[in-house]
Write a protein that binds this ligand. Sequence first.
Ligand SMILES: Cc1cc2nc3c(=O)[nH]c(=O)nc-3n(C[C@H](O)[C@H](O)[C@H](O)COP(=O)(O)O)c2cc1C
Length: 188
Amino acid sequence: MGEIVLVISGASGAAYGVRLAEILGSTARLVVTDSGRLTMSHECEGLTPEVLAKRTGAILESNDDIAAKSASGSAEIDAVVICPCSGSTLGKLAAGIGDNLATRSAIVALKERRKLIIVPREAPYATIHLENMAKISSWGVIVMPASPGFYNLPKTMEDLVDFIVSRILDHLGKDNKLTKRWTGEELQ
Ligand SMILES: Cc1cc2nc3c(=O)[nH]c(=O)nc-3n(C[C@H](O)[C@H](O)[C@H](O)COP(=O)(O)O)c2cc1C
């Protein structure tokens, strides 16, 4: 089994990426952009990528290190997840720009036909965001908006975060029981 590259970029919602890192553990290669570092610290009680990597066993790669394993097409990487994904990183992907490890690993996923999942967060979306999402979706990228469902009657922020992380894990092919599955009997 290959590893999973987890990119945390500078959109709000670092908690989604942090939770995903906790579940993926040492199977993750963690890349955090400069803005991702800022939002993580602000939204997750001063958390740093270094502490997150130590806590989860993820391998932390520098976003400036364009020669890191995650940048390579021949490396044993199964999938890339950008969670959360900023409009800026989304725009670079749609334009084919791989100017740092975060974007390069995603462009490599496109060329190698690896699974690529992005979790965009913005409100409202600009037309350019919507066009970029439609564009990369047509290339097979999974666009998983940071929009948790409420049909499981969430009680806590953790419930909301787990809803999205569970759907990401589903698309990575990883069994999980983070959230209740709809059975069809709920409204009977
Ligand atoms: C507190 C904070 C929250 C932000 N939230 C968002 C957001 O939800 N979505 C977004 O696209 N950009 C957001 N940004 C702006 C991005 O961080 C900025 O566009 C940055 O250039 C993204 O760079 P990156 O994609 O390399 O991380 C936010 C910035 C800050 C400081």
